[in-house]
Design a protein around this ligand. Structure first.
Ligand code: 6PG
Length: 263
């Protein structure tokens, strides 16, 4: 059920009982998008989020008995990356490789890592070429983008007040993040919002107040970058657990998904 979640257009908010069920719901949406894309275009191009939350979803997707994905037809990209080597504990690539990519028959040449170890600007420049090669024209776009949200309202590595929020002429950007004293490689709103489907997976009580501000508060993208995620003509899902939804007014809670997933 899609309903006007807020004054900023249409999104679907789905509230699950707990983080495991939310991960399973996001995995279901992934499988659904993959099947549709591969049937229609013989290809499914996905951008994976980093951080800690997606690990549970990736672990489920690695379980081929429950989640059937035609992995040889999948192109794997990333929404953002830290400026560390791929074997670093902080690497988003490492997390996805450990939880998912090392367990499925995705073709290695179809996994496109952001090479953050070369510094944000150089890595972003290289990734821009990768994206340009794969998405020859604007009609080519991600079929699925998975996003998380920080308690400060950032998503991907689009942090409050950073220059990456203003980038419109590139798909990827090397983004200085003064608040963290670092820099990150990130997809821009231009490439994320062009996607056919965008799914936020947000769980835990630490996100509750921010989630309420993002979905129901005044539009302040500089302060709450997750508000800048507005698909041009794709669909947008917020898959959240009860803890993250705790501050949401009932009207914004969308449909409550009771079906869990016992794994
Ligand atoms: C990253 C992510 C980032 C993440 C949020 C939430 O590189 O950290 O891409 O945008 O989604 O910070 O992170 P958690 O899932 O760890 O709360």
């Amino acid at each position: 059920m899609t309903q006007p979640v807020n004054r900023r257009g249409r999104a679907t908010v789905q509230v699950l009982a707990n983080a495991a069920s939310a991960a399973a719901r996001a995995a279901e949406l992934f499988v659904e998008s993959a099947a549709g894309a591969i049937t229609a275009r013989r290809r499914f191009n996905v951008a994976l989020a980093g951080g800690a939350t997606p690990r549970a979803m990736y672990t489920l997707l690695a379980d081929k008995t429950h989640f059937d994905v035609d992995w040889p037809h999948v192109g794997v990209f990333f929404t953002d990356e830290r400026c560390v080597p791929p074997d670093d504990q902080a690497s988003n690539y490492r997390m996805a490789a450990e939880a998912l990519l090392g367990h499925v028959n995705v073709c290695p040449n179809c996994v496109h890592r952001m090479e953050g170890e070369h510094g944000a600007a150089a890595a972003a420049g290289r990734y821009e070429s990768v994206l340009r090669d794969h998405f020859a024209d604007d009609n080519d776009r991600f079929d699925f983008v998975l996003l998380g949200m920080g308690a400060d309202g950032h998503t991907a590595s689009l942090f409050p007040g950073t220059e990456g929020l203003q980038v419109t002429d590139a798909r990827c950007h090397g983004n200085p993040v003064p608040a963290l004293g670092t820099e990150r490689v990130t997809l821009t709103y231009r490439s994320i919002n062009a996607a056919r489907r965008i799914v936020f997976l947000v769980t835990g009580s630490a996100k509750a107040v921010t989630l309420c501000k993002v979905l129901t508060g005044p539009v302040e993208v500089e302060r709450l970058p997750a508000q800048g995620i507005r698909p041009t003509d794709g669909d947008l899902f917020w898959v959240v657990d009860d803890e993250a939804a705790a501050s949401l007014p009932t009207a914004f809670r969308g449909e409550r998904c009771e079906k869990g997933f016992s794994h």
